[in-house]
Each structure stands twice: as structure tokens, then as C-alpha cells.
Design a protein around this ligand. Sequence first.
Ligand SMILES: [Zn+2]
Length: 285
Amino acid sequence: MKFEVLASVAAAMTFALAMVGPALAADDVFRTTVGDLKVSMLSEAQREGGIDILIGASDQDVKKFIPSGKYLNAVAAYLVQSPEGAILIDTGYGTNLESNMRAVGVSPGDVRHLLITHSHGDHIGGLLNDGRPAFPNADVYVAKLEYEWSSAMRESLDKYGQSVKIIAPGELTDGGAEILPGIRAIAAYGHTPGHTVYLLESKGERLLIWGDLTHAMAIQMPRPGVTVRYDFDTEQAAASRKSVLEYLSRNGIPAAGMHVPYPGIGKIAPDLENPGGYSFEPLTK
Ligand SMILES: [Zn+2]
């Protein structure tokens, strides 16, 4: 997909993630479980990202962590099949979303809850289909600050009428705020004013869906202080990334990200070679 196409998909939406280079082959879906929940990474795209989007990366670190000048990047949404029904977290651009959902046995009408991390076009591009709700039976959850910030998102959400639920995410230190059984919304502001991450829990297992906590895994894991052009508030974005990574690492909670290359989900641990940094070990099943 060319950037011009993305721009039209994301018409009037700010800062859709632009990626460079041709699409790279990767499986469209990765499936795992969290207790009773079936979690699927639904890939919208996988490509190389460029170093031009980075802010605060030293030349030395770029050479060390991104020696080729390119790193793997992706766009994904996540689907959770729970005993209470299907829950979708973000929509990606909305390009491959429906076919990927159907591949795991879920149709758009089956989605009962749609959780939004933030309002960029590569996350809410699939909200509407021909101007109508693409998920007609879903309640849509979005953080109050994000809703107030993005007029473009409000326009799309208006079509969902009373199904839109404005939420107040909790603080990480409080474990967030429970919005559905086993699902907690946590404020991770900075990338956008209301950027929200979602912690799933079932049968003692947990997974954090961290939205856009990272854009360039190759350098932002070992150097969480590196930010990107798309961050609304770079300082706050870096602070959120550091505190969430520390929390996940300390509590042994795996994470899934919307711009984490296939399989999108992995385990977080301190990076002993890079103090202050973290490693990401992708899941294999
Ligand atoms: Zn994004």
C-alpha cells in the first residue's frame, strides 16, 4: 500500500503511521491464549521503517541497533475471543481486518466490544465501512481525553451513536480501571493525549495490549528514551514507555503492540547489556 492510499484511508485523521519500502511477507494472523481468552494478532501490514522518524537517537545507537538503517515495522489490530463474545482492540487501516477476522471464525457482526487505543488513522481506519459502522453490534470504548482531542475520530464515532462509551483509564500504579470483566484500561498518555493500553487477565494469565508504546522496536526497547515524530508529547511518551516496560518486566506480563513485527506478542525482560533498556522475546505459540 502506498502512502497516498493510506492518506486517503486516513482522510482528516492526523499522523497515520507512514512506512517505507515494499510490503514484506508475514503471516496474517498469530494466535495464542491468555487463560480462557483466545488472542489473535491480525496483521494489516509489515514493512521496513526508516530512521528518519526517530527523535533523540544518538548516531552511535543507530549504528549499534539499526546498522542497516532500516528496521522491521508493522501495523496490526488484536482480536480477543472471550466467553462473553468477541472483543476487537483497534481496527488497523481496515484493509485486511475483515478477512483476517473471518480466518479465525469471527465476522464483524460478532464483535461485541471495540476498544480504541488512540485516534490515529492506522488504528481507527477500519471503524467505518462505506460511511457506516463496520462493527454494527459493538460498543466502542475510548478514553475521554482522546475523544475530546480528535475531532476526526469523533466524526467516525458519531455513526456509532449511543454505543460509544467514554472511559476514564486508571493509572498504571493502581492497575488501571476495569472496563469489562478481566479487562483494564490504563493511561499511557504521550503518543497522543489520551493514548490508552489494555490489560487482559484470565485464569491468572495476563497480556498487555500496548497500542503505540513503541514504533521502532529495534531501538526503543534497548533505549526507551528514543521517541518518534508521531508522538504528540515526546517527553510524556517516553515516560509512559519506561514506566510500562518496567511494570511488565517486574510483573512478568507479556505484551502485544500494534507496531511490533510478527508475531506481535512477546515477553519483556531487562536488557542486561543495555542498562535501562529491555529485551523482547517473541512468542512462538
Ligand atoms: Zn500507530
